[in-house]
Design a protein around this ligand. Structure first.
Ligand SMILES: Cc1ncc(COP(=O)(O)O)c(C=O)c1O
Length: 495
């Protein structure tokens, strides 16, 4: 007896009713544009109430519901509680605020949906063109290579993989780091970003071999101390391999003496990497560019377009001066990833040969569309505008007797604290921490915090094309208001 196969009705994730989803899509776009256009009228950030949080603990749905219902839930439970970085007075950590065109580009990128690991299609051409533009922007030579990354951390990691590969002196891909005759050492200032430390750890180089060199009063690497450490390491049998310069430290925006570091890298045959996660973009400002002199001499450069390029997350970039070295640190071609003479696997460079990711998203499109639409000169003007806003903020802090500047303002980072006469640093740390929390909860402005020379600082990094001068006035007034309210209530730290 033969059994009849059960024929299921075939399904798809395309809508049954394209018209209804199209109508919802138009509404979503209108809502999102309204939301962006009116962002200034809302608090920068507000805490999410517990009942809202609980909403996000529901178990995975077995059956679905209408797209309309799902969207309404997003509007009700998520939309009122953004991170805040889209707002003109968000200056926490270092974040971009996104652009309306970036929104549209990301929508198109998801529609076109190429896998940017490789292949001969328009997506590849667009990313390759963006990389060429990045090279031109940063003064890198024709023969350099690059890759768009998820961000600065991944750009630093990729660059250090290439550096380790180039400096090992043997085939580190085959033999691993364990066989090295000498321990490779890496040099950076004590202000270097944690993503560099993470990269060193991930590479198996060991974070104790990352020599964190002291900084001067302006938080720039102490070049004499660097030289001394290099000499000591050589004398003690280490292999100095990599020098990381900072073009804009996360804490204060300090820029190392990049040209001098390039000379030292030449002298000691070091791989010269620069972490310019946000600062490198200031190269686009003709006024600021001279301060970054030497950046174009790096062997590799990491920077983010989702910070001072104002792009929606995620998109960073790594550039490597020598394309061959870059490719040979990553390229791996099993049978199922072979080039072909023709067809989709045909002749163009495969981007997966330049980093650890095989499948990659189409993050290039938003950059390509934005640069074409705005032009690089305007991007430079916006960056310079943020630098001038940071200077203005600094002036307001210097004029206010209640406030103290905690570091010289380099580029776009302003660090301050509220001073209470007669109180020690421990009290001021706690006081300013409370002040910052209240400021964040007020929704008026959103700096983040750091410690500078061991003292708590309220820190603003302006990488925001929506910020206006009046915003730094509003923020300064609010900081003073909250500080005075704390004094008024005789605020004391919890025991
Ligand atoms: C100097 C510096 N390097 C690296 C990074 C890491 O970049 P991302 O957050 O894009 O991974 C940051 C982030 O703020 C940074 O400021």
């Amino acid at each position: 007896m033969t059994t009849q196969p059960v024929i299921r009705k075939e399904e798809t994730l395309d809508p049954e009713d394209w018209g209804a989803l199209r109508e919802l899509g138009h509404r979503m776009l209108d809502d999102m544009f309204d939301w962006m256009e009116t962002v200034r009228e809302r608090p920068v950030w507000q805490p999410m109430p517990d009942d809202m949080r609980r909403y996000f603990t529901a178990p995975i749905p077995e059956a679905g519901q209408s797209a309309e219902a799902v969207y309404q839930e997003f509007v009700q439970y998520a939309l009122p509680y953004p991170m805040g970085n889209v707002h003109p007075r968000f200056w926490g950590w270092v974040m971009g605020d996104g652009t309306p065109l970036g929104v549209l580009a990301d929508m198109i990128a998801a529609t076109f949906n190429p896998n940017m690991g490789g292949g001969d299609h328009a997506g590849t051409q667009i990313e390759l063109q963006v990389i060429e533009w990045c090279k031109q922007m940063m003064g890198f030579p024709q023969g350099a290579s690059g890759l768009l990354t998820s961000g600065g951390s991944m750009a630093n990691l990729i660059a250090l993989v290439v550096a380790r590969h180039a400096q090992a002196g043997y085939d580190v891909r085959t033999d691993g780091v364990a066989v090295a005759e000498k321990t490779m050492t890496i040099y950076a200032s004590s202000e270097v970003h944690s993503s560099v430390t993470k990269a060193v750890e991930l590479l198996g180089l060991g974070n104790k071999n990352l020599r964190k060199i002291p900084v001067d009063d302006a938080f720039r690497i102490d070049v004499a101390a660097l030289r001394q450490t290099l000499e000591d390491d050589i004398a003690n049998g280490y292999q100095p391999g990599i020098l990381v310069g900072c073009a804009g430290t996360v804490n204060t925006g300090a820029v190392d003496a990049l040209d001098e570091l390039a000379d030292i890298a030449d002298e000691y045959t070091l791989w010269y990497h620069i972490d310019g996660a946000f600062g490198a973009m200031a190269y686009l400002s003709p006024e600021y560019r001279p301060s970054l002199k030497g950046m174009e001499r790096a062997d590799s450069l990491a920077f983010d377009l989702h910070k001072w390029g104002y792009m929606p997350f995620e998109v960073g970039c790594v550039l490597v001066r020598d394309e061959y070295t870059h490719r040979h640190a990553f390229s791996l071609r099993p049978d199922y990833l072979q080039y072909a003479e023709r067809g989709l696997a045909g002749h163009v460079r495969w981007l997966s040969d330049y980093g650890p990711q095989l499948s990659r998203g189409f993050r290039a499109l938003k950059v390509w569309m934005t640069f074409k639409h705005e032009g690089v000169a305007k991007m430079g003007r916006l960056i310079q505008q943020n630098i001038e806003q940071a200077r203005y903020f600094t002036e307001l802090v210097e004029e206010a007797p209640q406030l103290e500047l905690m570091a010289p303002t380099e580029m776009n980072v302003v660090s301050l604290r509220f001073v209470v006469p007669g109180k020690d640093d421990a009290y001021l740390d706690a006081f300013n921490e409370e002040l910052l929390l209240r400021l964040q909860e007020s929704g008026v402005a959103l700096p983040s915090s750091t410690h500078l020379n061991g003292r708590y600082a309220i820190r603003s990094a302006i990488t925001n094309h929506r910020t206006r001068r009046e915003d730094v006035e509003i923020a300064t007034r609010e900081i003073i208001r909250i500080g005075e309210a704390l004094l008024e209530e005789d605020w004391q730290p919890q025991a």
